[in-house]
Design a protein around this ligand. Sequence first.
Ligand code: BES
Ligand code: MN
Ligand code: MN
Length: 453
Amino acid sequence: MTPYIKEHKDRFLAELFDLLRIPSVSTDVTYQPDINKAAAFIAHQLNEAGADKVEVCQTAGNPVVYGEKIIDPKLPTVLVYGHYDVQPADPIDLWDTPPFEPTLKDNKIYARGASDDKGQMYMHVKAFESMMKNNTLACNVKFMIEGEEEIGSVNLGQFINERKANLDADVILISDTGMISIDTPSITVGLRGLSYMEIELTGPNRDLHSGMYGGAVQNPLNAMAEVVASLKDADGHITIPGFYDKVEILSDEDRAKMAKAPFSLDDYKKALAIEKEFGEKGYSTNERTSIRPTLDVNGMWGGYTGEGAKTVIPSKAYAKISMRLVPHQSWEEISEIFTKHIESIVPDGILVKVTTHHGGTPVVIPTNSTEFKAASNAYAEAFDGKEPIPVRSGGSIPIVALFKEELGLDSIMMGFGLDSDAIHSPNEKFGVDNFLKGIETIELFYKHYAAIK
Ligand code: BES
Ligand code: MN
Ligand code: MN
């Protein structure tokens, strides 16, 4: 830990706690004032840290916070991306401490957004402050912190497009992923894409008495169960024709390299309290969540779900289904073949409507770039000479592919979260050690990048 971090860490944490107290949930419009509060808070902190041109930029949706420090146009420029919006805290009952009253326990910060992404994003603000105060900032820096990541970054594409000239940079730096463990550093070099769909099935024009009509009409919930169950076979293969057509096939050599990353299936099962893992035949657990696509039901509803027993044949049934995609799969194309397939398998007597929520393009980041080398050097220095292991992650950050498309820039994903952080789940947390180590490693990135760029 640098002397500056050591001296100011309590204040760093107090500020992060203030940010975590703002329930900036982007999925629900009732939190709009908090979204604006969170954006204003970050703008204020960027100003305090010494950024210029700090602006809360309005978009058609939630604001993007911008700030920059250009110390010398000849130096490389780092564009920092992060998000201040968070997932809803539900189910609230399952939290041991209130989600928006950050609590320190066992040196971990418990709060919604602690790891995803307020805690990780804030490491960059504090690394910047530290470099400003110590006069060690070795690159130009631009911050772009958005408030719509958790709802698919719907307006960020236009923002980037409009401000292209402003956002000119050499690399994008992001901390919104994980690492293998606090003593095994890793850099995320892959993200899966996403196609998020919704199915609505309609049977009879109204809910029916299940005794008077039961047995004589199609029940849309039964039909939904059949449809959903048929999408994967017993070997974990997705049955949609054409689904795997474009999937990137990795060489045995690449797979062997990936398999070297430390992983314990026993610990994995224990952490999730499952007796057995399940996934596509022929692939390891890590491969199933990184280099292979998948399909999951996120929610399914219809009919009577209240207390007690109501005898009813529902008129409608719904399901939300996500597909995680891998390189060369196009989410637009997958959404289309999904729709066609669902329409073709719905039984007679049922009307079907399939809609696309949002999508994201998969990404793979090259490991032979100057940017990757700089990050690698930074980790090696921060982690006692340990080189970071490149890993592909199962999650999605749709904007990363757009950065490449629109700005021509690769992203370096220096994630400091752990799988056990329980992001999107009750009792989300972020280790204080991860937070501080992140700040230290980020500072070192600037140093090494300026040195070799
Ligand atoms: N930070 C996550 C993505 C992530 C988590 C990547 C862990 C790698 C490891 C991000 O905030 C997120 O949750 N993304 C969504 C996608 C979005 C379109 C809602 C996701 O992956 O479900
Ligand atoms: Mn995130
Ligand atoms: Mn998230």
